[in-house]
Design a protein around this ligand. Sequence first.
Ligand SMILES: [Zn+2]
Length: 177
Amino acid sequence: MTRDPPETETSAGGRSPCPHCGARDVGGEDGCNEFFQEVVGREFSRPEIFQVHRLTVDAYSLQHPDQYMKSAKSAVAHLTGMCWAMEGVDDPSVSNSLSRFLEGTPKFTRPEPVPPPGKRGELTIVDVHSAPDSMEHIKRVREWARMAWDSWADHHAQARLWVEEAKVKGRSRKGHR
Ligand SMILES: [Zn+2]
């Protein structure tokens, strides 16, 4: 009598892929999240790579919208944060403006449709996790984030409008501390 090999996470065929970002051999969404937590831990422990931490969170969220962009507000937050980072808005106050914008505008509609699994960028958290040093870590986060952002191309125009709106609101609040 023959039996199919059990589909355990340690079977010879490797572990299951992440159903959200498509990372291979990670052990499903929980395993993928462990990679993410380790990368975040690394960013908190090395000052020289902390500069890309926000980008890491936004990129991971854009590849895992069912987990991290469930509410309209979180979706808008990650899209605008990524837009701000990717399109080089050269204004240090924009980050604060975005926070105020998100707090002050209660009604958002969640951007739909989200890019389907498998079409959220070729690089994943696993590629960042395997970076051998800090320089490579930063480089890979930037490439990965660019791909994740590109996969949301249908929503770029809307994200830019939100960023502009946040900037205007930020300016109108200048002088207040
Ligand atoms: Zn994943």
